[in-house]
Design a protein around this ligand. Sequence first.
Ligand SMILES: Cc1ncc(COP(=O)(O)O)c(C=O)c1O
Length: 358
Amino acid sequence: MTADSSDTVARAWRAEAVRRIEADYNRSADTHLIRLDLPRYPQIKLYLKDESSHPTGSLKHRLARSLFLYALCNAWIGPDTCVIEASSGSTAVSEAYFARMLGLRFIAVVPATTAAPKLDAIRFHGGEIHTVDDPRTVYDVAHRLARETGGHYLDQFTYAERATDWRGNNNIAESIFAQMSAEEYPVPAWVVCGAGTGGTSATIGRYIAYQRHTTRLCVADPVHSIFHRHFADRNAIALPEGCASCIEGIGRPRVEPSFIPSVIDRMIAVEDAQSIGAMRALSRRLGRKVGGSTGTNLVACAKLIEEMSTRGEQGSIVTILCDGGERYGCTYYDDSWLSERGVDWQTHESAIDRFVSG
Ligand SMILES: Cc1ncc(COP(=O)(O)O)c(C=O)c1O
């Protein structure tokens, strides 16, 4: 094949790959914005952006789409590229879905502790699993696998913040503000989210600034995460060894390149037991199970709402329902799993029960 004709073939493959992703997007509906009335706080409205309703079950569906489009348009991926990712699970589930759509081999490098249902979901979408015992090695192992297979490491931790179109293009922030437009308080006082890569907080923070909204951005972070320490002191860049949160998907041991602290107004550190208690209380209130990071977000919302109420303020707060609870049946929803890890969630569950149910 001549250089010209192989270029034509590569372009045709890329055009078809982009078309497939765009066609999938065209067939998809936006995720719901659920309003949660809080009987104890009639002047404050809480909304949950339900990202569990994406085809692959989490907010990472948006990220996976953006990372594939970014890699395709940079000509980093071709028809024979093996695609690799380092992930705590959710991103890999979504990426496996897009890899299969394009007919590409996909390998997820995940910590050995990743919940089994997430691994099943990666396999269900055709992905392969490579587990590592030390979660801090996922990046190096992903690089090595990319070298060995001649493949491409998508690297969500580096590219999340730049692969997402932060000014619009139906990113999560644009969708939230559009869905809020007919509410009593259409411009939220706060948007609250977590940080895994930092991509969601970067997108929301930049969008708020670009739209010149008065909304402030709060990131809820597990106590055992470096992000909130780095937010308070930019010299803090890594956690001491052995210090880790059990909330999957958020809170990292190292400051990820996609984490942009300057767009964040406030960070709230949340104990794992609080996150689990809130997750369970919210699940009861909604009548369906949510994941642990949604509980983390809700704890931060409860604090902000209490503060607003004390100051006599009215308004709205939007947070993210990141994923559903089905993936955590044998962990966060298993009492003995929690007790073995010394997680005392019950008092926090009662407190959040009172918060959401009055
Ligand atoms: C369940 C869950 N919640 C929240 C997040 C945070 O999202 P981001 O990576 O955009 O910071 C993640 C990311 O890994 C996640 O998996």
